[in-house]
Design a protein around this ligand. Structure first.
Ligand SMILES: [Zn+2]
Length: 289
């Protein structure tokens, strides 16, 4: 992997959190033009990045507001076709050019993307949502500026290393695992897509099995009772008992830093107020479509 290092990136101004406790993409009224960007708090607080990573120990990152340059990225057919829009958009807005979007933890990437979106397209996000009570599908405007950060809930074994330990309650096996990065997640999707195509070719009528749970655990677990061989870990994952699988997945969900993309919405059918996961629709970046 080749990484270009921008000498300017070294001059990153130190952020005073006490002074600038900004919510993702706070509107910053009136200061437009004077302030080069916004400060985005990182759900991970930089605790899981390696010591030589630009975000190691950083609890926030600076972005610039979206401009015409980023509009060009949003409307580039080539980038859309290759699925590169989000990464290019993030890269373009991060002031520190040595940060690779694929190396970001999933929650940090969501926080940055949402903040970037707010600077360019506003906090109001109109999209379709479904009420869990009546399964009514309707349009709703979510307020992205209200999304709360869910901080990393457990310290890693060592700061500067994305590694945690968990003992499976039934088998008693000691598992070491990492929290997935955006790059890990796209690797998983690519593998699943390739597998789907291969199966379709061989057996066009075979029913699809969702392998998301095992695929994610295989990517996450780096050692199983001391065993570090990828194939042996995969075998352990396939044979993992259900209560153990549930326990480790719920532990990962509990500790994982993220941006809580959740809002309470009233059901137009029955009036119940329910929590909705904010759906990631095309309107998130292309509201005009
Ligand atoms: Zn309802």
């Amino acid at each position: 992997m080749t990484k270009k290092v921008d000498p300017l990136a070294q001059q990153k101004p130190k952020v005073d959190v006490m002074q600038e406790k900004a919510t993702p993409g706070g509107e910053g009224g009136g200061t437009n033009g004077e302030v080069p960007g916004e400060i985005v708090p990182l759900p991970s607080k930089g605790k899981l990045y390696e010591t030589d990573h630009p975000l190691y120990g950083e609890d926030s990152v600076q972005i610039k507001r979206m401009s015409n340059k980023e509009e060009n990225i949003l409307h580039s057919r080539a980038l859309i076709r290759k699925g590169l829009v989000v990464n290019e958009l993030i890269k373009s807005c991060l002031l520190n050019k040595s940060i690779d979007p694929d190396g970001l933890l999933i929650g940090d990437k969501s926080a940055i993307l949402t903040a970037v979106r707010i600077t360019g397209l506003g906090k109001d996000y109109l999209t379709k949502t479904t009420s869990p009570c009546c399964e009514e599908v309707f349009n709703h405007t979510f307020d992205l500026s209200k999304c709360q950060i869910k901080e990393l809930a457990e310290d890693p074994i060592k700061t500067g290393e994305n590694l945690f330990e968990f003992t499976l309650p039934q088998s008693g096996a000691k598992v070491k695992f990492k929290l997935l990065t955006a790059g890990d997640e796209s690797d998983i999707s690519a593998t699943q897509e390739a597998r789907r195509k291969a199966i379709k070719k061989q057996a066009p009528n075979a029913s699809e099995v969702d392998t998301n749970i095992t695929d994610r655990l295989m990517k996450s677990i780096v050692s199983y009772d001391g065993e570090r061989d990828k194939f042996k870990i995969a075998k352990h994952v396939m044979e993992m008992r259900s209560p153990d699988s549930r326990a480790i997945r719920s532990y990962i969900r509990r500790i994982e830093p993220d941006l809580n993309m959740v809002e309470e919405v009233e059901c137009p059918q029955c009036g119940d107020v329910e929590k909705h996961n904010i759906p990631m629709g095309i309107e998130f970046l292309w509201p005009e479509l």
